[in-house]
Design a protein around this ligand. Structure first.
Ligand code: PEP
Length: 245
């Protein structure tokens, strides 16, 4: 399976000039990597970044889409239809920062997934346990509950990727061992298979950097990486992409 390395820029960078410079650097980096590369700029920078990457192989994705509808009276929202019209290939759904800061539950996430799938986006569904849940040995049960959002949605496997991101590893410099990630990814794949969804890529996310990417990439059940902080530095992102190539 081809591997994926996706940058989640979150609410960065501060200026359009920095966002476009990063897009140009990623375009160059993509020529040195054979994995599938993607990036998720803010909505404000999306159009300019897509314009720079439109003739490259780099996917440009949304960080989120509106749950309520595709158009209408939803102040402050951006819809799946609009991001596709702007050239988006995929969208993140259920990132832990959306779950914690915006209180997103499976009910809301199911609506987002439905809208995204309807308009042809690939959904990168982000799941992961908190530190307390990890310490209490609840990781696999938490992931099962988060994956239950897919029940009854009939998501085509070509439109789905899972990003396993332990909340305690995001932006902290902490990571589970590769063996722990492997156990978790096998569990996620088994869960998906039990829902009739086979051959879906499962990415790891949480403090991936150019030092640990090589070891993660050697594991056969880690199908790529979702990268936050290190995706804002073109050189690090490029090295991570090379590790997964
Ligand atoms: C993320 O937020 O998706 C992420 C993985 O962040 P970081 O790489 O900075 O831990």
């Amino acid at each position: 399976m081809i591997k994926y390395v996706i940058g989640n820029w979150k609410l960065n960078p501060a200026t359009l000039a920095d966002a476009t410079a990063l897009a140009h650097a990623i375009s160059l980096a993509s020529k040195q990597a054979s994995c599938h590369i993607g990036c998720c700029p803010t909505f404000l920078h999306f159009g300019a970044v897509k314009e720079i990457l439109k003739d490259s192989s780099v996917w440009v994705g949304a960080q989120d889409v509106c749950a309520f509808g595709k158009m209408g009276a939803f102040t402050g929202d951006v819809s799946a239809t609009q991001v596709v019209d702007m050239g988006a290939n995929f969208t993140l759904i259920g990132h832990s920062e959306r779950r914690s800061y915006h209180g997103e539950t499976n009910v809301v996430l199911a609506d987002k997934i439905r809208h995204a799938i309807d308009v042809g986006l690939v959904v990168v569904l982000c799941i992961g346990e908190t530190k307390t849940q990890y310490d209490q040995g609840e990781t696999l049960a938490v992931l099962d509950e988060q994956l239950s959002v897919l029940h009854g949605l009939d998501v085509p496997k070509q439109q789905l990727l899972i990003a396993y991101e332990p909340v305690w590893a995001i932006g902290t410099g902490l990571t589970p061992t590769v063996d722990e990630v492997a156990i978790t990814h096998r569990h996620i794949k088994a869960n998906l298979a039990s829902q009739g969804i086979d051959d879906v890529g499962v990415l790891y996310g949480g403090s991936v950097n150019d030092n640990n990417a090589k070891e993660l990439a050697t594991c056969e059940v880690i199908d790529g990486a979702l990268v936050g902080g290190a995706s804002l530095k073109a050189e690090s992102f490029s090295l991570i992409a090379q590790a997964f190539s």
